[in-house]
Design a protein around this ligand. Structure first.
Ligand code: 5AD
Ligand code: SF4
Length: 475
């Protein structure tokens, strides 16, 4: 109890402090505006997952509250990269684009560049930034993102550079401004960090230990999102079905889902990402009786080979995974199952790849993200001696992708001719006479409509299957 009270007090103090810094930052932005002769512009660029997208909404919310104006272009007075480091190509994209930002900064002497997120939690990245990218003005990590108002204030007052990286944290301040990208849907963090330590994965090192948010705090946030017109929420965590394990009242993920269902105004509930090991029957039961939980489960497989899964430290084998996936298929027949697959993990042979393909055929995934294994320094697998030859990795990848696409086409085609509810998300990128909607099971449908439909949930007939998506008609 003592510890909890201390933490609550610390949280309240830190929240008040950062809210104070938002006010201070307003004054700094006013001074900057006077120097520039215009309202300072800002741009937040997000790399990576939904967790990062949600963090970016917090960064932008604070910048806008302080008086910055958002701009589409990275030729802005303040640009911040919220980075991902799950695979090496994400790192390389950031380095490449920082080079472009340097050119903009040469033209605009008042420009400030920030970098935060998962990459900056790695010492190798910090060393490289210091050595090769000294023009970066502000560097902070994942654990102190909530300190952004204070760090921005210091940056504008001192001119920088400023670097503040923490190894871990026991609190996360939530009551700060947020600018949601979409009016009708929102992510909501239910937990931070990951304790699973899959041997290929850098996430536990850069996001820290698992911490669940208090259930009432989450439900209150969802209630206020609903009051603000949000219809669809996505409960976010690296490992959502471990939710509550470290809470004093041991609330389970199934209980959290059931409580969310009760919130008026929320029409759709999604969650990302469950771990197959902790996916319990009570979640299936809640989904069965739910009107709002979307008919989609993302269930990362990673590999279909039991020996490889063991070396990945995934805590399940091929049979256990198949039992779970096939149970979901039989208990929740209209739920789409999607997955993540890694090809080319150290020691993987073509026989292992065949095992993965066998699972793909048996589960018939509705969709899958397929990745080539990327060696992440500091993870156990990076030290495994039997790294896979890139040519073989590509070969395995192509085979897996082909099978995944075959299954996704087959599953998508099953909806042909049906009428389903779609949440309209945006005007179609290629044809402005169309809008793009998302079905409960995550399938995309394009149909005639205009901007007034954005955020509405409407019935649409699924007329023409185009492989992985539909062309439809509003009913
Ligand atoms: N190499 C390739 N893919 C990876 N992922 C995580 N770490 C790696 C890595 N080192 C993939 C996993 C995970 C998804 C978010 O990213 O499939 O589920
Ligand atoms: Fe990474 Fe495994 Fe945690 Fe997912 S469960 S974030 S793959 S360590």
């Amino acid at each position: 109890m003592e510890v909890k009270t201390d933490l609550a007090e610390k949280l309240a103090k830190e929240t008040a402090l950062q809210q104070h810094y938002v006010e201070e930052l307003k004054a700094e932005v006013e001074k900057l505006k006077a120097r520039l002769g215009h309202v300072p512009t800002c741009h937040v660029t997000t790399f990576g997952c939904q967790m990062n997208a949600r963090d970016s909404e917090k960064l932008l919310g604070i910048l806008l509250a302080a008086g910055y104006e958002e701009t589409e272009s990275e030729e802005a007075d303040f640009v911040i990269y919220n980075t991902c480091t799950v695979r090496d190509n994400a790192d390389q994209r950031v380095y490449g684009r920082l080079g472009v930002l340097k050119g903009f900064k040469n033209k605009n002497k008042e420009m400030k560049i920030g970098i935060c997120g998962c990459m900056t939690q790695e010492q190798v990245v910090i060393d490289k930034l210091k050595k090769s990218y000294p023009f970066v003005d502000l560097i902070f990590g994942t654990h102190n993102l909530y300190k952004f108002p204070q760090l921005m204030c210091d940056l504008l007052a001192s001119g920088g550079p400023i670097m503040d990286i923490w190894k871990d944290t026991d609190i996360t301040v939530e009551d700060l401004p947020v600018c949601r990208k979409y009016s009708y849907k929102s992510g909501i963090n239910i937990m931070y960090g990951c304790d699973k330590f899959c041997t290929y994965c850098i996430v536990p090192y850069v996001r820290g230990r698992e911490r669940s948010r208090d259930k009432d705090a989450i439900l209150n946030e969802i209630r206020s999102l609903a009051a603000d017109g949000v219809k669809e929420i996505m409960l976010l965590g690296q490992n959502v079905n471990s939710y509550g394990k470290n809470l004093p009242d041991k609330t389970t993920f199934a209980q959290l889902l059931a409580a969310t269902e009760e919130i008026e105004g929320i029409e759709r509930i999604r969650f990302m990402t469950p771990h197959p090991k902790d996916f319990s029957d009570d979640v299936i039961e809640v989904m069965k009786g739910s009107e709002k939980i979307c008919k989609h489960i993302h269930l990362p497989l990673q590999s279909g080979s039991s020996p490889i899964l063991k070396r990945m430290n995934r805590s399940y084998d091929k049979e256990k995974y198949l039992d779970l996936a096939l149970k979901i298929r039989s208990e929740l027949p209209d739920v789409a199952i999607t997955t993540d697959i890694i090809v080319g993990f150290p020691g993987e042979t073509m026989a292992d790849v065949e095992e993965t393909i066998d699972v793909i055929r048996k589960v018939e995934y509705d969709n899958a993200f397929t990745f080539q294994y990327s060696k992440r320094e500091g993870t156990p697998a990076a030290r495994f001696p039997d790294q896979v030859d890139p040519v073989l990795m590509q070969e395995g990848f192509d085979l897996v992708l082909e099978e995944v696409q075959k299954m996704a086409r087959k599953r998508t085609a099953l909806l042909q001719g049906k009428t389903e509810l779609a949440l309209v998300e945006e005007i179609n990128d290629h044809d402005p006479s169309l809008v793009t909607g998302r079905l409960s099971n995550n399938t995309i449908v394009h149909f005639k409509g205009d901007a007034s439909l954005i955020g509405e949930i409407v019935p649409v007939s699924l007329d023409v299957c185009q492989g992985f998506y539909y062309l439809g008609t509003r009913q």
